[in-house]
Design a protein around this ligand. Sequence first.
Ligand SMILES: O=C(O)CCC(=O)C(=O)O
Ligand SMILES: [Fe+2]
Length: 362
Amino acid sequence: MAEARTIGSLPVANVQELAEACNNGVDGKVPERYLSKDPSAKEVVAGDDSARAIPVIDLRRLLDARSSEEECAKLASACHDWGFFQLINHGVPDEVIRNLMSDVAGFFEQPLEAKKECSQQADSLEGYGQAFVVSDDQKLDWADMLYLQVHPSESRDMRFWPTRPDSFRHSVDVYSSEARQLAYRLLEFMAKGVGADPASLRGVFEGQAQGMRVNYYPPCRPAADRVVGLSPHTDPNGLTLLLQMSHGDVQGLQVKKDGRWFAVRALDGAFVVNVADALEIVSNGLFRSVEHRAVIHPTRERISVALFHYPYQDRMLCPLPELVKKGGGARYGPTSYRDFLTQYFTAQLDGRKHLERLKLDC
Ligand SMILES: O=C(O)CCC(=O)C(=O)O
Ligand SMILES: [Fe+2]
């Protein structure tokens, strides 16, 4: 996949190690590069009201002929109004998710030297390290990550795949194939929700690249409210399925709506699903790719696993013709997905600029 294999990141400190030093008082000062200078970043609509702010969609209701139409409409509204929803009764066995999360946590529990066996190489975002560091004076995120290309299987670069815990590779393999089928299914229901042909929307993504990013957010005792776990961004792919693991109900994901940040309270056992850039384009703007970010807890770590489903890369990406007709014209110009990714990275995660430049007046 173009993204991970052509764009590298400048090497920076390992945040898990840095956090240990900062948190246990050896060197309590958090380096300036991690401290946010934007105070507005802290204005959040949190509290209990927002706990269920993002809509909850029930796959069982989508599948049941008696409730499907209503749930599809709810799904389509969620994708338009929020770009995010939580998915319950999703059918991915608990055991598959448990195994994945336990192996992922096991990887990060290893000593640094062991994790470094999977380190990123120059010019690639694949492997263990930090992403999106393009300049020496850029602010840095309080997180480490492990990015793997997981599908198609021949695209896997096993140099970056952990061999410990022993079951890591198997767990990822099983999880990615279950979740992939779920993603395709969701795309069909999304299409139904806007009166489009399910096969057309599914066809843009089916069999295409799937990547997995594990984000490790260490606690930050001295300055949790001044560091950022993952800077505001949209995802460049089509559909993202997100799982999180935390102790003591630690949350961290925040989603932007109408210019305000909303804290997401992830339901136990649910997926957090979000519309990403390519799906906004293909849906002619009926589904929206919204900015989101992750914040840090003072005393507890958090791990999230994002599974990215990419569109085809050998054809031009553009809105589905039937949705263009419905919408009275195309709202996005055609783009090659490779060019789009280059723009995404050149914009340095600067809001939605890379998407806005494709917009047409109609
Ligand atoms: O950790 C989270 O909750 C968000 C992760 C995310 O947005 C990403 O990996 O793209
Ligand atoms: Fe994201």
